[in-house]
Design a protein around this ligand. Structure first.
Ligand code: PLP
Length: 432
């Protein structure tokens, strides 16, 4: 007899490609059937049979205040009462823009979009328009959404032009994208030595959250900043995942680096569909209507998302908010690590602010992964066993060994202890 989730997945596949509206949700990486969610509250999400799961996905980051936070929901309800969308300016857009520029000093002007993909795609067009150059540089293991220029991997040699990673991406687009190994300052220097005066921009996840969680070295960031400045290339930090998440000022505050442009994502709208890109006035003024780089969006800056974001930022800016989040992450990681050690499981982890990542390395001597090759070298089967063991015990992790985990302010001590207890039980089974 099939389970409820299996039935729902079958029904979904009838009219939705693969049964999902974004591929990772299909559980292809971990196997099995996705859990269909029908509601969420605080630290928990509930499936259609009302089984509760302690959620460490948080809609892939934005639910930093927990699900259905009363203040955010109230703001959205009030916004809905006032009308869903006007296609005209609202004061709420100005409030959010002011807030972002106040919190992130590298951002002097900011434009709203409806997704992270739109934000990165627009930032790249802007960098190309501003510099009058075509080539862009990205890094292996970083994900920046699904626009054509970014669905590209390295060619056969490290400094060769890129090859599409998706059908439908013209090779003519991919040839302008150079993909370098992450966290490798020498590769950046070699790349600029070869292509320096042709590079429009470098786009980077300043802390990678799409190859699990990898925190690069300060030297990597210092080199990037120095090389971009020296060669007149725009440095774009993609903080769609790390923005307002690893700390109030994002990864750029952590590393003390001022990027030229920054992309933000769904957290700005507390989980409603939003993205944004912003940065130096001189560059941002090049977009329409002040400049010749075209960028637009009928629903951009929509009042529901803006008012949800305004409500959320009130809590994020309270003193100590991120310290509390980080101490929950510390407690959880320490507890899970102790359980892994007890059972002889080779676990490594990374963490900063409200974000964390776990790696199952193959050998007890292996260090925490530093780049995509090392992440790929981890024991993916062990992660998948861990994932399903946790899910059976009511803990919802991202369904892929290549994703990070997220803490919310609503995760309670009981949630953290239940998670550690579940991990202990799963590790005990894995060790047998
Ligand atoms: N950039 C990063 C770092 C992301 O993690 C993502 C999505 O997860 C994106 C861009 C694309 O954002 P969206 O899915 O909202 O288009």
């Amino acid at each position: 007899m099939s389970t409820k989730n299996e039935q729902l997945f079958l029904q979904a596949k009838k009219h939705i490609p693969g049964g999902v509206n974004s591929p990772v949700r299909a559980f292809a990486g971990v196997g099995g059937t996705p859990v269909f969610i029908h509601k969420a509250s605080g630290s928990k999400i509930y499936d259609t049979e009302d089984n509760a799961y302690i959620d460490y996905v948080g809609s892939w980051g934005p639910m930093i205040l927990g699900h259905a936070h009363p203040k955010v929901i109230e703001a959205v309800k009030q916004a809905a009462d006032d009308g869903l969308s006007f296609g005209a300016p609202t004061p709420f857009e100005t409030t959010i823009a002011d807030k972002i520029c106040e919190i992130v000093p590298s951002v002097e002007l900011v434009r709203m979009t409806n997704s992270g993909t739109e934000a990165t795609m627009s930032a790249i067009r802007l960098a190309r328009g501003y510099t009058g150059r075509d080539k862009i540089v990205k890094f292996e293991g970083c994900y920046h959404g699904h626009s054509d220029s970014l669905l590209v991997k390295a060619g056969s040699g490290m400094l060769d032009i890129g090859e599409p990673t998706s059908k439908g991406v013209p090779a003519d687009f991919a040839k302008h994208t150079i993909t370098l190994p992450y966290n490798n300052p020498d590769a950046i220097k070699e790349c600029f030595a070869k292509w320096g005066n042709e590079i429009a921009c470098v786009i980077v996840e300043p802390i990678a959250g799409n190859m699990n969680m990898v925190i690069p070295t300060q030297e990597f960031h210092d080199t990037l900043r120095q090389q971009c400045s020296e060669h007149g290339a725009v440095l774009i930090f993609d903080e769609v995942m790390t923005g307002f998440r690893v700390g109030l000022g994002g990864a750029q505050a952590h590393f003390g680096i001022e990027p030229d442009l920054t992309c933000f994502g769904k957290i700005i709208g507390a989980g409603l569909p939003v993205g944004a890109f912003g940065g130096k006035r001189e560059i941002m003024q090049c977009i329409a209507p002040t400049g010749g780089v075209y960028q637009a969006g009928t629903l951009s800056g929509n009042p529901l998302a803006m008012r949800a974001g305004i409500a959320m930022f009130e809590d994020l800016t309270v003193d100590g908010f991120y310290d509390e989040l980080a101490s929950k992450v510390d407690y959880l990681i320490d507890g899970i690590q102790a359980a892994a050690d007890k059972h002889g499981i080779h676990l490594r982890s990374n963490k900063l602010g409200g974000m964390m990542g776990f790696f199952f390395v193959k050998d007890g001597d292996t260090a925490t992964p530093q780049n995509f090759d090392e992440v790929s070298d981890c024991d993916i089967d062990a992660f998948n066993t861990f994932f399903h063991g946790m899910l059976e015990r009511g803990i919802y992790l991202a369904p892929s060994a290549y994703e990070a985990a997220f803490m919310s302010s609503k995760h309670s001590q009981a949630d953290l202890d239940a998670t550690i207890k579940a991990a202990d039980a799963v590790f005990a089974q894995m060790a047998q």
